[in-house]
Design a binder for this molecule. Structure first.
Ligand code: AMP
Length: 445
């Protein structure tokens, strides 16, 4: 199938073809006609599937097909809400690229940066606004944003927004929008909470689900390196140096762990930086752009901070520590091998994490190949210890500690959850009434 058959304007197709896309991805093939029809949409799709173009291209088309009645300053006709700053920036960048031949203005807004430049830009007029919920509400309370003319609402990565405790903010924002509008909801998973949100929000939505990347991640070579807890950093440095790995995205469970690892690698002469919710926006943007440009060899990230980072052809993902939630493994390795490119995902697994590994292998329905690096043989005398998750802090795009209580406790997205205590307490979540203690807590970014 080619893009030409989807009913998009020549000036949109031109921008798409200049980006080198020849064929619409499966989500685009389904979402573009559905959105063009004007109805609501409920789409199950992760980052890496091409979902951003899936909603952006038909939205641009609809805005052009139905010009505003009045001339003069643009008004906000499209609102895209995203869970994190990074994702907001990426979505807006895509809108700019796909709409480069159109007379439409887009803008991105998030917290952690000055509000005044945003106010100035809003005043000058914007057609498409991409924002994290918190900063948008800051503008609402200052009356610097007008949402009364919104025609299309997109909730991107809605499951993460709920995970990060944004549900109240989202409801506040929904109350400010005109009743008559088109709603598009994208989510990687469908928990009861997402279904409840969708039920209240969407009117007879078209339903689209594309294959999960874990089912089809044939382009990602996955490998486990068994190693002792205290020797992980040494092994990681060796792997990076021996194989000459560049653009390595490394996952840790905690912000503190991310900082420490980045510092240690950097000291060893491997240029590294950490990215997580406690970093200033400036530091995050700098780390990301240096990493994208190839200047920075290693980016160490927590799950929430890394969510939505879109880097084409990212060659290496390393799980320095396995995630507590098996499904996060799939999100993590989804950063590599995208759009048909080869990628490699390796996991450094110590004795504490064997139960987590078993949970991941059950979820992805395959056993991961194990390789012992000579000199790093596992010492059988070392006993498993409970996994430390660090102290709580604020989430990636979230507004800090008040949401911690909401994030603790049951897993909300229906993912298989594995006890992190090495005690074999494995259960499928989604029943929502489990006895959740701190050890099952989702670690904030
Ligand atoms: P997304 O899932 O929206 O984050 O997109 C993932 C990546 O796929 C982005 O880097 C896009 O630039 C790229 N992409 C989106 N659509 C296509 C397409 N039709 N063909 C090739 N690459 C695409």
């Amino acid at each position: 199938m080619s893009f030409d058959t989807l009913g998009l304007r020549a000036d949109i197709l031109r921008a798409v073809s200049e980006l080198g896309y020849t064929q619409p991805t499966p989500i685009q093939q389904q979402a573009i006609p559905a959105v063009l029809k004007g109805g609501d949409l409920l789409a199950g799709a992760q980052t890496g599937t091409g979902k951003t173009a899936g909603f952006t291209l038909p939205i641009l088309q609809r805005l052009m097909d139905n010009p505003r009645a009045t001339t003069g300053k643009p008004v906000i006709r499209v609102l895209v809400l995203t869970p994190t700053r990074e994702l907001a920036a990426q979505v807006e960048e895509s809108i700019t690229q796909y709409g480069k031949y159109l007379p439409l203005k887009s803008m991105v807004m998030f917290g952690g940066v000055g509000i005044n430049p945003q106010i100035d830009k809003l005043r000058r007029g914007v057609d498409i606004l991409v924002s994290t919920p918190g900063r948008l509400l800051d503008h609402v309370s200052q009356r610097t944003v007008d949402l009364s003319k919104v025609e299309i609402l997109v909730l991107d990565e809605a499951d993460r927004m709920l995970d990060m405790g944004f549900i109240r903010d989202i409801r506040k924002i929904l109350a400010l929008l005109p009743k008559q509008r088109q709603n598009l909801l994208f989510s990687a998973t469908f928990s009861n909470e997402i279904k409840a949100l969708a039920d209240g929000l969407l009117n007879k939505p078209a339903l689209i689900e594309v294959a999960r990347r874990n089912a089809t991640a044939d382009t990602v070579a996955q490998k486990v390196y068994p190693v002792d807890r205290e020797r992980k950093r040494e092994l990681l440095a060796k792997l990076i140096t021996d194989h000459n790995w560049y653009q390595v995205l490394v996952f840790t469970r905690t912000k503190h762990g991310a900082n420490r690892l980045a510092e240690q690698l950097d000291k060893q002469g491997i240029p590294s930086m950490a990215i997580h919710g406690n970093k200033s926006q400036g530091a995050r943007t700098k780390a990301l752009s240096e990493f994208k440009s190839g200047k920075l060899q290693v980016l160490v990230a927590t799950d929430i901070a890394a969510r939505g980072i879109d880097i084409n052809e990212l060659p290496h993902v390393v799980n320095f520590e396995l995630p507590n939630v098996a499904e996060d493994y799939v999100h993590r390795i989804g950063r590599t091998g995208r759009a048909g490119c080869e990628g490699e995902a390796v996991s450094l697994v110590c004795v504490d994490e064997l139960k987590l590994l078993a949970g991941i292998e059950r979820l992805i329905k395959r056993s991961l190949p194990k390789e012992i690096v000579p000199g790093f043989e596992v010492d059988p005398r070392i006993k498993p210890e409970p996994i430390q998750n660090g102290r709580n802090g604020s989430g990636g795009g979230g507004r800090g500690g008040q949401r911690q209580g909401q994030r603790q406790g049951q897993r909300r997205d229906g993912a298989v959850r594995v006890s992190a205590d090495g005690g074999g307490n494995r259960r499928s979540s989604g029943n929502g009434n489990g006895n959740n203690n701190g050890q099952r807590r989702r670690t904030p970014a």
